[in-house]
Write a protein that binds this ligand. Structure first.
Ligand code: SAM
Length: 264
């Protein structure tokens, strides 16, 4: 999988790409990431990439031409004839469709992804209309630029590249890691379960005994139930689309209506 990132701050990526899973995946040649300086695709002395917005208003807008030139220089096909199963151009934007694990999974077969980082007040809309296949937002907040969002996308996708994680199981058991999305395109996964490690008792708080029992069946059940409980507490919206078993539903129902105690 190859990522090309178009940005006015190519050095921004030096740190995030060097560490941990991402750093190792790059070193092993599982993914390639290259940041390109948008200013290299201008032809004026000041390497201008922005201009004032039509209609007036605050700030500046990234112009379309350098972004088009940058993408074209990479040999990416024009949008009309692009094979999106093989290559995609993604514009990072607060106005985009919200990124999710199921979206990340759907991109795993794409060989080449070009990420366009906006700045200032945003990007000339013709980039979204004529150059990008998708506008992608990493969440409902406004960042100063698309670079952090691009790094998030590269990281989330790299984790899904076979061989990038030391233990293949870890991405299967993570938050949102169910079979995919439902008919409405919503993730069917729930959150991961809470994790504990040594010491068994920390400042008077003891890790759940079941995790130290060695009973794998009970541990599996505890983990599933705690994952459901945590999802209900922190992300109840996920439960509406989650792939739940009968036992899951029963557990959640009992959380809502604890079984009545027998009177002595
Ligand atoms: N005026 C724009 C708006 O309100 O939608 C915000 C522009 S923002 C200050 C500058 C750039 O940061 C955007 O062009 C985009 O590339 C990036 N950006 C900001 N928030 C983002 C988000 N939630 N997800 C992805 N990219 C984002």
């Amino acid at each position: 999988m190859r990522f090309d990132i178009i940005t006015i701050f190519p050095d921004f990526f030096t740190g995030p790409l060097e560490h941990g899973i991402l750093g190792r995946a790059i070193e092993a040649g599982l993914v390639q990431v290259k940041a390109h300086n948008l200013r290299d695709f201008t032809d004026d002395r000041h390497q201008t990439v922005d201009d004032r917005p039509f209609g007036g208003g605050e700030g500046m807008v990234l112009t379309a031409e350098p972004l088009f030139r940058a993408v074209e220089s990479l040999g990416i096909a024009p949008k009309a004839s692009r094979d999106q199963a093989r290559e995609q151009v993604i514009l990072l934007s607060a106005q985009g469709r919200r990124f999710s694990q199921s979206w990340a999974r759907s991109l795993t077969g794409v060989e080449r992804i070009t990420l366009l980082c906006g700045r200032y007040e945003g990007v000339d809309e013709r980039v979204s209309e004529l150059l990008a296949d998708e506008e992608l937002s990493i969440g409902d907040y406004v960042l100063s630029g698309g670079e952090l969002a691009a790094a998030v996308v590269v990281d989330a996708l790299t984790r899904l590249v076979p061989g990038a994680l030391g233990n293949a199981e870890s991405s299967r058991n993570e938050s949102f890691a169910a079979s995919g999305a439902d008919a409405a395109g919503q993730d069917t996964g729930i959150l991961d379960c809470p994790q504990y490690t040594r010491p068994s008792t920390f400042r008077g708080h003891t890790a759940p005994a079941v995790l130290q029992s060695g009973n794998q069946r009970q541990i599996r059940q505890w983990r599933r139930e705690q994952a459901l409980a945590k999802t209900r507490r922190n992300r109840p919206d996920l439960l509406a689309h989650a792939a739940l078993t009968e036992a899951d539903r029963k557990f959640l129902q009992e959380m809502d209506e604890p079984p009545e105690r027998e009177t002595p």
